[in-house]
Design a protein around this ligand. Structure first.
Ligand code: AP5
Length: 227
C-alpha cells in the first residue's frame, strides 16, 4: 500500500510507521529522519535545513521534494511505502500527486492521526531517542517501557537524548506551522476521497488497531473504485 500518515508533531506518526514496517514489510519514508541524517552529516543541504528545523519552520519545498523524488525511486518502495511527515503543505501534496500520477502509482490511503494538544505537548516533552539504535521512547507516557528495554545494538540500557527541536519555543512554532500549512491537507485528501481520521490517543497497540482498521477500509474502497 502507498500510505500517508498525517498528524501534528507528537501525534505518533513515527511510532505507528515503525509498526506498519514490521507488519507489512513496506518502508517508512520520513522526511524528518532524512533531514536529520543530512544535518548530522553536515552536507550543504543539511546546513540549509538545520536553520529552519531549529526554528520549527518548514524546510524549503525544493530541498524536501528533491529528497522524496530520490527516495521514491529506490527499488524497495516499489511494493508500497509509508510517508511520515510528508507532504506538509499544499505545494508538496500537489507535487506528490503529480509524481505518483507520472508512474501510475496513486496513493491508497491517507490517515489523519487526531490527538489533543495537551497530550501532544506531554508526548513531545517526554520523548527521547536512543543514540545507538534510534529507538524512540517516552519518559512520561510509557516510562516503564523506556526503563525496562535494553538497546538491541549494545545489549545495555538505551543511551537517550532529546531532539534539539523538542524545546518549548520550537514546539509552539511547529504546532502553529501545522495548523497553518499542514491542516489544509485534510480537505485536499478528503476531496480526493482518500482521507480517514482515527482517534490516536490511548495505548500504542490500541491506536495501531484503529490504524489497521482504517487501512483495511481504504483497501476495500480502493477495490470498489477499481471494479
Ligand atoms: P518531523 O521529524 O517530521 O517531526 P514532526 O512532524 O514534528 O513529528 P514528530 O516526529 O515530532 O512526531 P511523530 O508524530 O512522529 O510522533 P512520535 O511517533 O515520535 O519534522 C521535524 C522538522 O523537520 C520539522 O519541524 C521541519 O522543520 C522539518 N521537516 C520534516 N518534514 C518536512 C517536510 N515535509 N517539509 C518541510 N520541512 C520538513 O511520538 C511522539 C512521542 O509520543 C514518542 O516519545 C512516542 O514514544 C510517544 N507516543 C507515540 N504514540 C503514543 C501513544 N499512543 N501513547 C503515548 N505515547 C505515545
Amino acid at each position: 500500500m502507498r500510505i500517508v500518515l498525517l498528524g501534528a508533531p507528537g501525534s505518533g506518526k513515527g511510532t505507528q510507521s515503525q509498526r506498519l514496517v514490521e507488519r507489512h514489510g513496506i518502508p517508512q519514508v520520513s522526511t524528518g529522519d532524512l533531514l536529520r541524517a543530512a544535518v548530522a552529516k553536515g552536507t550543504a543541504l543539511g546546513l540549509r535545513a538545520k536553520e529552519a528545523m531549529s526554528a520549527g519552520r518548514l524546510v524549503a519545498d525544493e530541498i524536501v521534494l528533491g529528497m522524496i523524488r530520490e527516495r521514491l525511486a529506490d527499488p524497495d518502495t516499489r511494493g508500497g511505502f509509508i510517508l511520515d511527515g510528508f507532504p506538509r503543505n499544499l505545494a508538496q501534496a500537489r507535487a506528490l500527486d503529480a509524481m505518483l500520477r507520472e508512474v501510475g502509482q496513486p496513493l491508497d490511503a491517507v490517515v489523519q492521526m487526531d490527538v489533543d494538544y495537551g497530550e501532544l505537548s506531554r508526548r513531545i516533552s517526554g520523548r527521547r531517542t536512543c543514540s545507538d539504535c534510534g529507538r524512540v521512547v517516552n519518559l512520561l507516557t510509557t516510562p516503564a517501557e523506556a526503563e525496562r528495554e535494553l538497546c538491541p545494538k549494545t545489549g545495555k540500557p538505551h543511551r537517550l537524548f532529546q531532539r534539539p527541536d523538542d524545546n518549548e519555543a520550537t514546539v509552539a512554532e511547529r504546532l502553529k506551522v501545522y495548523e497553518q500549512q499542514t491542516r489544509p491537507l485534510v480537505d485536499h485528501y478528503r476531496d480526493q476521497g482518500l482521507l480517514r481520521t482515527i482517534h490516536a490517543e490511548g495505548p500504542v497497540p490500541e491506536v495501531e488497531q484503529r490504524l489497521e482498521a482504517a487501512l483495511a477500509a481504504s483497501r476495500a474502497s480502493a477495490a470498489t473504485r477499481r471494479d
